[in-house]
Design a protein around this ligand. Structure first.
Ligand SMILES: *Cc1c(COP(=O)(O)O)cnc(C)c1O
Length: 382
């Protein structure tokens, strides 16, 4: 139990493992490509300010987040690095982009123009990235046909003439790993290079080209370019179940733990939790934990859920509540109130990973990590 957590449930964030992962990634991509540390969604639930510190210790000088608000949180914590906001930021917030010295991603002339004008008012210049949609279908100039590339090139040329907006480079994003669909990855790559080459031919300078996410960092050195943007691998998880894990050695950074706060014996036939999904088939020992679905423990995990207690695996008993859940400790010898329970993580012998939880509930490890980041206190360890 951690006094400072003020709660008998917490995420344990192992910063040594984050440091290890960063070093592995840097070694994998080599010196010619820099790393942009993707710390959106509060660093996938791990705490962006703290993960930024570990990135900083490893000489990483550019961070990427999803929203302006996430950039402001980092600035207010004292971050002086270049911070790319990878989502689009509406013109309404152009003044804030300038005030917080954001590196925006733009996909229209009007957006870039509003930013340039706001920068002019405040007497500075903003550097931003042009987004190319090469097949993700999310944001960016369409690059799927010659007509669309022509249109995009004309607009980017206009952006290049803005007085207080400087084109810093080009960004695009993959929708698949090579292991999932190598052909589609190739197609995205071809579109990227066709568009990039046209821009260069028109005299547009692109000092920072960035395309590679975690799967590309692992599988595809042809798109390392100037900077790679690994996210999930920083946190010690693989971007898909299909990818060849031997390509990168990483260690999970987040564990989720709780202490047993209440313990009781119930008779055969007694039920636990909403909906009475657990009915004791024998006299049972039931423990209660202060963690529920509002903490990121998904309610659909209830029938499959397991925890690690004193070297044993124990099932979740009945539906996970909003803030609490029950576990069946009948087969765990010698449990007492206060014993530590691992909801996600490893005791050296047994492991429950974000992938296990994700698979049980039909989602991806990314969502499980983000979920646990929402409300639980974070305890940082080295
Ligand atoms: C989230 C994100 C990344 C990082 O993706 P991972 O799969 O976690 O490596 C990179 N670029 C963009 C634009 C993103 O949205």
């Amino acid at each position: 139990m951690y006094k400072e957590a003020v709660r008998a449930a917490w995420t344990e964030i192992n910063l040594s493992n984050a440091d290890y992962n960063i070093k592995q990634i840097k070694q994998k991509i080599g010196d010619k490509t820099k790393v942009i540390g993707v710390i959106k969604a509060d660093a996938y639930g791990h705490g962006a300010v703290k993960i930024a510190e570990v990135l900083r210790e490893n000489d990483i000088k550019t961070f990427a987040v999803a929203t302006l608000q996430e950039c402001i949180v980092l600035r207010e914590a004292g971050a002086m690095e270049e911070i790319i906001v990878m989502g689009l930021t509406p013109e309404l917030y152009a003044e804030e982009i300038v005030k917080y010295n954001v590196t925006p991603v733009v996909a229209s002339y009007d957006n870039a123009k509003a930013i340039s004008e706001a920068a002019e008012h405040q007497g500075i210049e903003i550097r931003g990235l042009i987004a190319a949609d090469t097949g993700m279908g999310r944001i960016g100039y369409m690059t799927d046909s010659d007509e669309n590339i022509d249109k995009a090139v004309e607009e980017v040329k206009k952006i290049a003439e803005l007085t207080n907006f400087e084109i810093m480079g080009l960004i695009s994003h993959f929708s698949m790993s090579e292991a999932e669909d190598a052909e589609y990855v190739k197609l995205q790559e071809e579109r990227y290079f066709r568009f990039r080459d046209r821009l260069l031919a028109e005299g547009i300078k692109l000092p920072l080209e960035t395309f590679a996410n975690s799967p590309a960092v692992m599988e595809n050195s042809s798109v390392y370019l100037d900077a790679a943007r690994p996210g999930i691998v920083l946190y010690g998880y693989y971007p898909s179940t299909e990818i060849d894990k031997s390509l990168l050695d990483i260690k999970p950074v987040m564990s989720v733990k709780a202490n047993i706060v209440y313990l009781k014996e119930v008779p055969e036939g007694y039920s636990c939790s909403y909906g009475r999904k657990f009915i004791a088939e024998r006299k049972s020992v039931i423990g209660t934990l202060s963690i529920g679905y509002a903490d990121g423990l998904p309610r659909p995990y209830s029938p499959y859920g397991k925890v690690i207690v004193n070297g044993h695996i124990a099932p979740i008993a009945g539906n996970i509540c909003m803030d609490q859940c029950m576990i069946d400790l009948t087969d765990v010898p010698g449990v007492k109130v206060g014993d530590e329970v691992i909801i996600m993580g490893s005791d050296g012998k047994n492991t429950i990973s974000a992938d296990d939880i994700a698979q049980a509930v039909g989602t991806i490890n990314y969502e499980i990590l983000c979920g646990f980041g929402q409300r639980l206190p974070k305890v940082y360890v080295r």
